[in-house]
Write a protein that binds this ligand. Sequence first.
Ligand code: SAH
Length: 270
Amino acid sequence: MSESVSTRESLARERVRIVLVGTQHPGNIGAAARAMKTMGLARLVLVAPEKAPDRDTVAMAAGADDLVEAAPVFDTLADAVADCALVLGCTARSRRVQLEQLEPAEGAARALAFAAQGPVALVFGRERTGLDNNELQLCHASIHIPSDPDFSSLNLAAAVQVLSYEVRVAALGGEGGRPAAAAAVVASGEGPAPHQELEGFFAQLAQTLDAIDFHKGRTPDSAMRKLRRLYLRAGLGSAEIRLLRGVLADTQRMAMLAGRTGGEQDSRSD
Ligand code: SAH
């Protein structure tokens, strides 16, 4: 990346979104806001918090409650990241969901590199149960803080602190200048598509696979997870998604025609 430190700092402030999903303790929302503000981040987003921000939130925010007041609240993670160029999910343990796993510094560098193209989201889960598999599937990759495997779960706000710190280091020139991070930004040259375009593509892909009987009685979940991982890794741009959806539309049309012909043959053989 060739941006100056001040440009990267404002990208971090304006474009790097910290998304807290289903937070159970209002105090943690305040502590997360404080962690962000100390590191120059400003965009806090809440998804269906179990309890609304309250006095504990304000107390723990210790002067960062402006971030909480400005935080939009969404019903679902998909809505919260619909316009994002990159979505990274922070997990305390690796799961069966097959996602590329990044170190915090790598994730922060990638987030900042993509921030030049659009909003990016660092997503954090519930205190008790973390992010569920459907939520993780919305992510392009996961970030794991390499904690002790025998005691791997950080307090939510502590995890936000680690990631916010890494974004700041990247903004100040450490990881942000890494060629690998810049190279991760879309090969197509047009910039990454907003997340909702990818989800539209995945929905049509799932319908098409059904239409061509790809799964043959197996459950579609495993194949869809692998296909999601593949296309998410590709860093598709909007024009590329339009092209792929054109291919799918023709595939669906041919499957329908073949179904009709097949139906005629069936009726002939009656
Ligand atoms: N028991 C939960 C832990 C949730 S901790 C679980 O096993 O998933 C709350 C959130 O903090 C997590 O969802 C995650 O977003 C973040 N977090 C905690 N420890 C982390 C770690 N080691 N690496 C990355 N994120 C972590």
